[in-house]
Write a protein that binds this ligand. Structure first.
Ligand code: C2O
Ligand code: CU
Length: 484
């Protein structure tokens, strides 16, 4: 049975959850400061998870009052581990006061399982359930989140990691998930507004408390002199991080879950929804290394890993990953299209967009305009309407299933946009302002005024295409392709 009650207090949440038959094992270990691995069961060869979008209450940072966060299971940010090729069934219940869905970000699911309300399924209203069923075709590090009222729902915690195993030729000495997400909460523990016009029209509204796996200082012991796999997932609605490692040598082994010929990590920029898998050579016992976000002047340590007395078996090289069976686009035959990410046209919006957000005068100008920085975003001058479900816009393009496409993504704004295409893994061919290796991805960062080329083989369905700064989705930077 799906529990339909709202939990209102930390202790009450624990007590009520403890009586739930669905999560007996994890509830004992429930702490908001760890990624919770939800229980699953196997029936007729299908791995089954029961999720309920619901509210809990627990302090999200030291010294803070309880925050009414949202999650699919008792605990923050569930981490699912499943096997490539193993059929998966996730039953989603909903006890929130608003509708929701689950989108399996980066997983090449059949269109009907893609979790987009009004496009691929009916929304899951309070009290309803929806069953997602698919077999993950690719191994790697993925993530999932709702596709409704996203800045708010994800901002409140509704998201999780999905690790699909089966890509390692031999196991690493440790496997560490690093889920990066800010919280935006006030002194009373309540959420501060997760959408602001000021943020939405610029780089987004940032949280005021940083965290990794739900804690402000994520530390862990690792075996010495071995190779650990660190899976970094940026599940924040807004923040762009720049990842580097100090105190050890690190190689990039997968991007968005897709194995790549390993290369040395200097630093790598990750917008919301992007993932990065690293193989890190751990130091001698007692020494430590840090995974760092260099994006801001004030560095933030994403993970502090200390080598302990466990000595890993002497290996000279990190285990290799086997690549996923992504269809190879035929670049010679590919149809070329260009998509321009910009602000909606309109003299005021254009003017506001031209203002330097770092200039203190900008705030003053915006105030006197009395307009608020209400810029709306667009793709090829088309904005996703605010009431898109009532008046579904036509697809941005009709594509032919099985055919190859080469898209140029052009950023006409002064902000970076992580651009995501549902249901496909595309090949990133080039970026005009950075040197990046050719790689597969489902989300690619397009920096200001940059042009990025991607290519893919279209697969059938209606597939969303949008910026993954969640407030940008809500203010127009989204569309879809119809592939038949
Ligand atoms: Cu994670 Cu429509 O996206
Ligand atoms: Cu954007």
């Amino acid at each position: 049975m799906i529990n339909r009650r709202h939990f209102t207090g930390g202790a009450a949440a624990l007590g009520a959850a403890a009586s739930l038959p669905l999560f007996p094992r994890r509830v004992q270990a429930f702490s908001p400061s760890i990624l919770s691995e939800p229980a699953s069961r196997i029936e007729d060869g299908v791995r089954i998870f029961d999720f309920t979008a619901q509210e809990f209450a627990s302090p999200l940072a030291e010294g803070k009052r309880p925050t009414p966060f949202w999650s699919y299971v008792p605990g923050l940010l569930p981490l699912m581990r499943v096997k490539r090729g193993e059929p998966l069934r996730v039953r989603l219940g909903n006890t929130l006061n608003e509708h929701t869905t689950i989108h399996w970000h980066g997983i090449r699911v059949p269109n009907a399982m893609d979790g987009v309300p009004f496009i691929t399924q009916k929304p899951v209203y309070a009290g309803d359930t929806f069953t997602y069923e698919f077999t993950p075709p690719d191994a790697g590090t993925f993530f999932f989140h709702p596709h409704c009222n996203e800045a708010d729902q994800v901002g409140r915690g509704l998201a999780g990691l999905l690790i699909v195993t089966g890509d390692e030729t031999e196991p690493f000495d440790d496997d560490i998930a690093v889920a990066v997400k800010d919280w935006r909460i006030g002194e009373d523990g309540k959420f501060l507004p997760l959408y602001t016009a000021k943020g939405a029209s610029r780089a987004g509204t940032f949280g005021n408390i940083r965290s990794v796996n739900g804690v402000s200082q994520y530390r862990r012991n690792v075996p010495a002199q071995g190779f650990v796999r660190v899976r970094i997932a940026n599940v924040d609605p807004t923040r762009i991080i720049e990842v580097g490692v100090e105190g050890a040598s690190a190689q990039v082994i997968a991007i968005d879950g897709n194995a790549i010929e390993p290369f040395h990590l200097d630093s790598w920029r990750m917008g919301p929804a992007m993932r990065l898998d690293l193989a890190i050579a751990t130091p001698k016992p007692g020494q430590s290394l840090r995974v760092i976000d260099y994006a801001q002047a004030e560095l933030y340590t994403l993970a502090h890993l200390t080598a302990d007395d466990r000595i890993a078996p002497g290996r000279r090289e990190a285990p290799r990953l086997t690549p996923s069976p992504i269809p190879e686009p035929d670049l010679a035959q590919a149809t070329a299209q260009t998509y321009v990410f910009g602000a909606t046209s309109g003299p005021l919006e254009n003017y506001i967009e031209s203002l330097d957000p770092n200039d203190p005068l900008t705030a003053v100008i915006l105030d006197t305009l009395c307009a608020g920085p209400q810029t709306f975003w667009a793709i090829n001058k088309q904005s996703w309407p605010n009431d898109g479900h009532r008046n579904l816009p036509p697809p941005m393009a009709r594509l032919t299933a099985g055919k190859s496409y080469k898209f140029t993504l052009q950023n006409a704004t002064p902000h970076s946009h992580p651009i995501h295409l549902h249901g496909h893994t595309f090949k990133v061919l080039s970026a005009s302002k950075r040197t990046i290796p050719v790689h597969y991805a489902d989300t690619v960062l397009v920096t200001p005024k940059e042009r990025v080329e991607i290519a893919f083989v279209a697969s059938p369905g209606d597939w969303m295409f949008h910026c993954h700064i969640l407030e940008h989705i809500e203010t127009g930077m989204m569309g879809y392709f119809r592939v038949a």
